[in-house]
Design a protein around this ligand. Sequence first.
Ligand code: ZN
Length: 133
Amino acid sequence: MHEMSVALAVIDQVETAAAEAGDVTAVRSVRLQVGELAGVVPDSLTFCFELACAGTLLEGAELVTEAVPGRARCTACAHEWAVGMPPRLTCPACDGTRTDLLTGRELQIVGVRWEDGAPPPHAPTRAPIPEEC
Ligand SMILES: [Zn+2]
């Protein structure tokens, strides 16, 4: 269920951006960074995304997920390590437990490809609008 709410949030953000951009007629693909610790299963998210896109501007769009590995840094000794899965959050160098998570919680759109309503080359040029006096 978490993936479905993420998918809906992604669609919502893209639709908002498309509305601000104006003439967007179709969305081709969405690139999303998914941190290793974000609690989202990419395959499941892709599945939910396809379902949730039906009937929206994003129908048929491809969701491209980029996995971001989790990294942590020890506050005490500044050692950095890949936390892995399941995440290791105690410092492997000094056993410190005060750590900062540097990366791994990402869940953000990093790119969207869409088509705008640019007129085809042979479309009639803009007709003058008659002014009513
Ligand atoms: Zn340490």
